[in-house]
Design a protein around this ligand. Structure first.
Ligand code: F3S
Ligand code: F3S
Length: 112
């Protein structure tokens, strides 16, 4: 799957959202997350991101490797304010803006 990493935090350009044919990019509070099982690896989100936040999982720069697990964690674990994990909603339209982040993203220093 593709993965959205640190460069997206506090930038949230959202150009990627319009490109995804399966609606597998979900909106947290400070970043967006790609659903590892719903993404079909079309790659359309990668070139449109102005800050190069989206990568195929095997092509992640070393510094962004933690975001591979973290994108999965966004769906597999409960988020602040939500008792149940998101699981596999079948498209971001089903959840709307989730409005919460993983610990990794929530704990990231604010971008100036
Ligand atoms: Fe983030 Fe880039 Fe999409 S900044 S919202 S991954 S276009
Ligand atoms: Fe969508 Fe990007 Fe995957 S456009 S299908 S999240 S590669």
């Amino acid at each position: 799957a593709y993965v959205i990493g640190e460069p997206c935090i506090d930038v949230l350009d959202r150009a990627c959202l319009d490109e995804c044919p399966v609606d597998s990019i979900y909106e947290g509070a400070r970043a967006l997350y790609i659903h590892p099982d719903e993404c079909v690896d079309c790659g359309a989100c990668e070139p449109v991101c102005p800050v190069e936040a989206s990568y195929y999982e095997d092509d992640l720069p070393k510094s962004l490797v933690p975001f591979l697990q973290d994108n999965a964690r966004f769906f597999a674990e409960p988020l602040p304010g939500r008792e149940a994990p998101l699981g596999s909603p079948g498209g971001a339209a089903k959840t709307g803006v989730v409005g919460a982040d993983t610990e990794l993203v929530a704990g990231h220093p604010p971008r100036e």
